[in-house]
Design a binder for this molecule. Structure first.
Ligand SMILES: Nc1nc2c(ncn2[C@@H]2O[C@H](COP(=O)(O)OP(=O)(O)OP(=O)(O)O)[C@@H](O)[C@H]2O)c(=O)[nH]1
Ligand SMILES: [Mg+2]
Length: 282
């Protein structure tokens, strides 16, 4: 039996969460066109014949020095210690590589034991020539033991990548039950699904400034009832979030409910409350 932890590191929007979802075959991590969507290190498991892949998604690495970016970058890098393999995920179509430099410097300073591989993601968006150029450019760094051109979105190259990674996994006993995919408390998962739907349906600073909490979950044989609060800091945000005649909030709740229901394979009742947590009237 083989088992190992695989850490996904990369700039924001490079496709790490799309990749973890593609690998485990379920939507365990939220994906968004917007930046900074993943905020904590999320783990999921995939078993493939006698091998256990423990995948860890992380927040995107930022070079901008704001408090929140620093915190998220530190969270991402904190996963290095327990990783057997680090997959550095790069958007092949992006030429600016500041985040990649930061990742490489940090890996050079902090990594003593993990194997480091490069994932050239989103190859469906670029031509073959650009992929080959990128392989050459980044391969010349001599840092990566393997380079995988893939499309996390379409799944191209992902199985081939896993079969090569498998060779590098240490011989170890399994850590988790084969039935398990999501290594996360259910409440956090419910919160994340709703947060993703808010990201989909609001703009500018709103998705970043509202927080979701899962306050109560009642699990019966036939149904899961979930009570959540969306905490906001500005009254004006409430109008946008709730929308005309409550339509926006209704859509957010409806789509979160459907996704949770599909994942849990059970009927779900979801109650969303919006709470203003500041008197700021802007
Ligand atoms: N065309 C294409 N789009 C992709 C691919 N992988 C991811 N995307 C898109 O890129 C955007 C960002 O994807 P995420 O998976 O949220 O990126 P991330 O690296 O997790 O981002 P953060 O959590 O902010 O660090 C989404 O709109 C995805 O649909 C791919 O292989 N091809
Ligand atoms: Mg992400």
């Amino acid at each position: 039996m083989k088992s190992g932890t695989i850490l996904l590191l990369g700039a924001t929007n490079s496709g790490k969460s799309t990749l973890i979802n593609q690998i485990v075959g379920q939507r365990v991590s939220m994906v968004s066109r917007k930046k900074q969507s993943t905020t904590f290190n999320q783990k999921a498991v995939r078993n493939i014949s006698e091998a256990e892949f423990i995948i860890q998604d992380t927040p995107g690495i930022f070079t901008a020095k704001t408090k929140i970016s620093n915190k998220m970058t530190n969270t991402a890098f904190s996963g290095i210690d327990e990783a057997d393999i680090v997959l550095v995920v790069v958007d092949t179509g992006v030429t600016k590589n500041n985040e990649l430099k930061k990742i490489i410097t940090t890996l050079n300073q902090n990594n003593s034991h993990s194997k480091i591989f490069l994932v050239l993601n989103k190859i469906d968006k670029v031509n073959r020539k650009s992929v080959l150029e990128k392989i050459k450019e980044l391969g010349d760094m001599n840092l990566f033991n393997e380079i995988f051109p893939i499309s996390a979105l379409l799944g191209d190259g992902v199985d081939e990548m896993l079969s090569i990674i498998k060779k590098y996994l240490p011989k170890r006993k399994k850590k988790f039950s084969s039935k398990k995919t999501l290594l996360l408390k259910k409440d956090i998962y419910y919160t994340e699904v709703t947060r993703e739907k808010i990201y989909d349906r609001t703009h500018k600073e709103i998705p970043y400034q509202c927080k979701v909490s899962t306050d109560k979950v009642v699990n019966s044989k036939k149904m899961i009832t979930i009570h959540q609060t969306i905490h906001i800091t500005k009254k004006s945000h409430k109008y946008i979030l709730v929308g005309n005649k409550g339509v926006n909030l209704k859509n957010i709740g409806e789509s979160a409910r459907k996704e949770i229901s599909k994942f849990m394979n059970k009927k779900v009742n979801l109650f969303l409350f919006v709470k203003l947590i500041s008197t700021n009237k802007s």
